[in-house]
Design a protein around this ligand. Structure first.
Ligand SMILES: Cc1ncc(COP(=O)(O)O)c(C=O)c1O
Length: 381
């Protein structure tokens, strides 16, 4: 099959605000490294937007989780429960600490972990839980934090995909003992590469701040009482981020519009059971980082639909993540049927600011054509 030109990428960064002005200002000022006014301004803007105290900017979302784990005291040999259906970084950050990621299954409709799925894999060595707000839908944080409190464990929220998502009006990232964000180029707001970590307890937050800056005492230059890391963000990246966060309402509003369009246009396929659409439980605000569907019939059907969407119609798409418990370094023969099933059937569709209604119609028409083609093949077979 010769491939059509790419018409609709899965995501694209849209720099629709003052990013260019701020970056030029940062360059003109010669503050291009990890000191400079944009770092503090970006940290304050994100913290204020989310309503969470004192975010620390870092150079990516993976190290934000690593710092959160270290700040909460994760030690080698302890267990941390992580969803199996997530990006690998959520589990790797645990492994960086010499601790063991233990994988929990997801709910078949929300694709997020639940209280029950955590209870099923809890061990006496469980020190904490990393909850991920997958594809932009909040994980059930009230149930998860309740369970953690009952059992004396901590909870980190990995909000890489959930910037601006809410439960009962409260932003994700504010429920756990710590939380992390990613500002990679495909995220809801971006700094190119970048991230942020929030730590609720102020002493632990100070520890995270020291770890971020080579373990240096915050009041005594070149005095390093602990081994730290260089996990800092640059002033140039923060300048992009400030322009982005000033437009956060636009980016979040656009995703809601796009999701509503997809849901309406794809409803007939869902009504016939050929696909399933993302859900939004009562009180939950899904930010639809990527609009995601599952295609009935398993990996073969999903892969053929995905391949033809790209090759014939120029519609880029992505399969869901491979569940962590199936990756070579984490495979201990565990079976997590909901995560495996979602991973076999899930497809992420183009979702970015500015994706026009007419373009969404073209994409949805292509999805109808390819999903129906597969269902005809099945009937004929
Ligand atoms: C759930 C999740 N956690 C962590 C990360 C890692 O973020 P970064 O790529 O900024 O290191 C990602 C990136 O996509 C992610 O999706």
């Amino acid at each position: 099959m010769s491939e059509a030109p790419l018409r609709f990428p899965v995501s694209r960064p849209v720099l629709a605000g003052r990013e260019r002005d701020y970056v030029c200002d940062a360059i003109d000022s010669e503050w291009i490294s990890s000191t400079g006014p944009y770092i503090g301004r970006f940290e304050s803007a994100v913290s204020d937007y989310l309503g969470i105290e004192e975010g620390l900017s870092v150079c990516n979302g993976t190290v934000a989780i690593h710092l959160a784990c270290l700040a909460l005291g994760l030690r080698p040999g302890q267990d941390v429960i992580v969803p199996s259906l997530t990006f690998v970084a959520s589990a790797n950050a645990v492994a960086y600490c010499g601790a063991n990621p233990v994988f929990a299954d997801c709910d078949p409709e929300t694709w997020n972990i639940t209280r029950e799925s955590l209870e099923a894999v809890w061990t006496p060595s469980t020190a904490g839980v990393i909850a991920v707000h997958l594809y932009g839908l909040p994980a059930p944080m009230k149930e998860i934090t309740e369970l953690c409190e009952e059992r004396g464990a901590w909870c980190i929220e990995d909000c890489a995909q959930g910037f601006g998502a809410k439960i009962d009006g409260q932003c994700v990232g504010s429920f756990g003992d710590a939380s992390s964000f990613s500002f990679f180029g495909n995220k809801i707001i971006s700094t190119g590469e970048g991230g942020m970590v929030f730590v609720r307890d102020s002493q632990k937050r100070t520890f995270a701040r020291m770890l971020r800056g080579q373990g240096m005492d915050l009041n005594r230059r070149y005095w390093h009482p602990i081994i730290g890391y260089n996990y800092r963000m640059t002033n140039v990246a923060a300048a992009i981020g400030l322009g982005q966060v000033e437009k956060a309402d636009l980016h979040l509003g656009e995703r809601r519009r796009i999701a509503a369009h997809y849901a309406e246009a794809l409803k007939p396929l869902a009504d016939e059971g050929l696909i399933a659409l993302p859900v939004e439980p009562e009180g939950y605000h899904n930010v639809h980082w990527l609009f995601s569907i599952t295609v009935a019939g398993g990996a073969g059907v999903r892969d053929r639909v995905g391949a033809r969407l790209r090759a014939v119609h120029g519609v880029e798409n992505r399969p869901f993540f491979v569940p962590m418990h199936k990756l070579p370094m984490y495979d201990r023969g565990q079976s997590l049927p909901n995560s495996e099933s979602a991973s076999r059937c899930g497809l992420n569709l183009p979702t970015y600011t500015g994706l026009a209604a007419a373009d969404l119609d073209v994409i949805c028409e292509a999805i109808h054509e390819e999903v129906r083609r597969e269902s005809r093949v099945k009937v004929a077979a």
